[in-house]
Design a protein around this ligand. Structure first.
Ligand SMILES: O=P(O)(O)OC[C@H]1O[C@H](OP(=O)(O)OP(=O)(O)O)[C@H](O)[C@@H]1O
Ligand SMILES: O=C(O)c1cc(=O)[nH]c(=O)[nH]1
Length: 171
């Protein structure tokens, strides 16, 4: 599906208006409910297909961030054949107690996969944790960049932001 058409479909499926508090604490009058496009398997598959050419050469592991990044990374993994890691906000205190479940990240070139980026705060936190586990993380790939400081925040930790769609492409 062409990127412009994908943008129209995502906007139609997931754009909400109202009053919302974001993860960063900022309040806003519009919101992209990623679960609405992730819950549509045909749309999610089209999103993943469009993301394939954006995956940097040399990527060995795709790391999706809990929770909205998990369906995206799984779909992208199916399209690329790359192994996936599922990155928790907090490691469980029982079982294997892993923060990054699934594929091993230590010593591997890891691409962070996220749904929506606003301030970039969640990606910065998770990237620091992945790097502490020994991952080589150079870029993050997201479906929607709201263009509210995310790319700049990532740059401060030497992380590039690659986006399928920007706020300006939507609506
Ligand atoms: O760029 P930021 O300012 O960090 O904001 C974006 C983050 O917030 C949302 O997640 P949320 O906390 O709603 O969690 P969820 O994916 O578990 O639903 C979104 O999925 C990103 O992870
Ligand atoms: O910044 C956020 O928390 C956020 C913004 C948005 O549009 N969608 C979302 O799921 N989270």
């Amino acid at each position: 599906m062409e990127r412009a058409e994908l943008g129209r479909r995502i906007y139609a499926a997931a754009h909400l208006t109202g009053e919302f508090t974001l993860r960063s604490g900022v309040t806003t009058d519009h919101y992209f409910d990623k679960y609405r496009f992730e819950a549509d398997p045909v749309l999610l598959d089209a999103v993943a297909e469009a993301m394939v050419p954006l995956v940097p050469a040399g990527t060995e592991v795709l790391a999706g961030l809990e929770m909205g990044g998990i369906p995206v990374v799984t779909a992208l993994g199916r399209h690329t054949g790359l192994p996936c890691a599922f990155v928790r906000k907090e490691a469980k205190a029982y079982g294997t107690c892993r923060l990054a479940e699934g594929a091993e990240v230590a010593g591997r070139r890891v691409l962070v996969v996220e749904d929506v980026v606003t301030s970039g705060g969640q990606i910065v936190l998770s990237t620091r944790e992945l790097r502490a586990l020994g991952a080589d993380v150079r870029e993050a790939l997201c479906v929607i960049d709201r263009e509210q400081g995310g790319a700049e925040a990532l740059k401060e930790i030497d992380l590039g932001l690659i986006s399928l769609l920007r706020a300006a492409d939507l609506g």
